[in-house]
Design a binder for this molecule. Structure first.
Ligand code: HEC
Ligand code: HEC
Length: 346
């Protein structure tokens, strides 16, 4: 055993100690007890709706649609323009750039691991991937498509007609099958083989000692308190919180637009942190350029504390702990898979 390997083994022993009942109450659902880490955090297969089970034909059709600019009003943008696989299925912009260069009010979220979520959009106004899929095509500031024209085109091209028939036999080429196919493809965009996943699966060397310390800061309510909201297998509670971004609530009220209770003013959905290092800048307004800036935001307890969540209190973290947190978040990146662009059906 090399010295390096010994230090990783020592880190694994430390894991057992820190997560022991003496250190943290095992009953706390946020913190895994020894041997139970996989129960709290491990990602299984993404759930699948009964009426849209995954088949290779559905996924192939959805992929073609996702990358097809003919679904937009001017033939110039597709879903992948904003959800770009080379940019962590986001766009690298502070906030999205839409139809004819219009700058939108919110950042493009990644679609990585959206399959595991139960709330969609920053304000949770959509409840499933199927429900979400038709919105952007018709939104004037996104793809600005005339939906009747899109459906007419899909019904004209023999290539698409054949693919729809193979994917959804007996069903018309229509809104419903279009939405289902897009959702079926999106459910294949999954990150669950990161160093963190391999560590949860028992590979004690998968996390560096620093990343491992970062997880402890992340999960510890008395230090990072991140897992108060970023918990469970996809590192989100699928809940909505005001985290004190400067100017939240003015003008974007977030969840309050959907649920008119005071606590929801300026509250936004807790995003997954999977592949997070690939999707800078961060937050719904793109106001944090780096993961370190995100951590600094939390250490300050946010900037606009007017309606902030009770779980947002200023943190006392050493420089080392801040660096460790960033290192942990980098351990959430899965292997990068090259995406073959689909040949668009004619
Ligand atoms: C102009 C850029 C743009 C285009 C084009 C676009 N999106 Fe989006 N997408 C966004 C933005 C911005 C949001 C968040 C909007 C909000 O929350 O109000 C979003 C949200 C989503 C979400 C929700 C993710 C989550 O975690 O809540 C999904 C899924 C999604 N888009 C899929 C698609 C699909 C499918 C298409 C093509 C039919 C598409 N998008 C086209 C910018 C875009
Ligand atoms: C009170 C709940 C809560 C706590 C505690 C919390 N977060 Fe968040 N986190 C959120 C919400 C909600 C957002 C999205 C906020 C927005 O953009 O308006 C977010 C966004 C993020 C983002 C940006 C994600 C993206 O795709 O833009 C990162 C990174 C992040 N949090 C990391 C952390 C870390 C690290 C900690 C601990 C130091 C932490 N969070 C603590 C709820 C929380």
């Amino acid at each position: 055993m090399t010295t390096l390997h010994r230090s990783f083994a020592a880190a694994a022993v430390a894991a057992a100690v820190v997560f022991g009942p003496a250190a943290i109450e095992a009953a706390d659902p946020r913190v895994p007890a020894p041997g139970q880490a996989e129960v709290q955090w491990k990602l299984g297969e993404p759930p699948m709706p009964a009426d849209n089970a995954s088949t290779p034909q559905r996924v192939a059709l959805g992929k073609a649609l996702f990358f097809d600019p003919r679904l937009s009003g001017n033939g110039a943008s597709s879903c992948a323009t904003c959800h770009n696989p080379s940019l962590g299925w986001s766009d690298g912009q502070k906030t999205a750039v839409g139809f004819n260069g219009a700058v939108l009010g919110r950042a493009t979220p990644t679609i990585v691991n959206a399959a595991y979520n139960t709330q969609f959009m920053w304000d949770g106004r959509k409840k499933s991937l199927e429900d979400q899929a038709l919105g952007p095509m018709q939104a004037p500031d996104e793809m600005n498509a005339d939906f009747a024209k899109v459906l007419a085109l899909l019904n004209t091209l023999p290539g698409y007609k054949a693919q729809f028939a193979a994917a959804y036999p007996g069903e018309p080429v229509g809104e419903e099958t279009l939405a289902k196919a897009l959702a079926a493809f999106e459910r294949t965009v999954v990150s669950r083989d990161s160093p963190f996943d391999r560590w949860l699966a028992g590979d004690t060397r998968a996390l560096t000692p620093q990343q491992h310390r970062g997880f402890q800061v992340f999960a510890d309510p008395a230090r990072g308190n991140c897992a108060a909201c970023h918990n469970g297998p996809n590192l989100t509670d699928n809940g909505f919180h005001n985290i004190g971004l400067a100017g939240t609530g003015t003008p974007d009220l977030g969840r309050f637009n959907i649920r008119k209770v005071a606590a929801m003013k300026g509250a936004f959905k807790t995003p997954t942190l999977r592949d997070i290092e690939l999707t800078a800048p961060y937050f719904h307004d793109g106001s944090a350029a780096t993961l370190r800036e995100v951590v600094d935001h939390y250490v300050r307890g946010g900037d606009d504390r007017g309606n902030v969540s009770a779980d947002m209190r200023p943190l006392k973290l050493s420089e080392q702990e801040k660096d460790d947190l960033v290192a942990f978040m980098r351990a959430l990146t899965g292997p990068r898979v090259a995406i073959d662009l689909p040949i668009l059906p004619q």
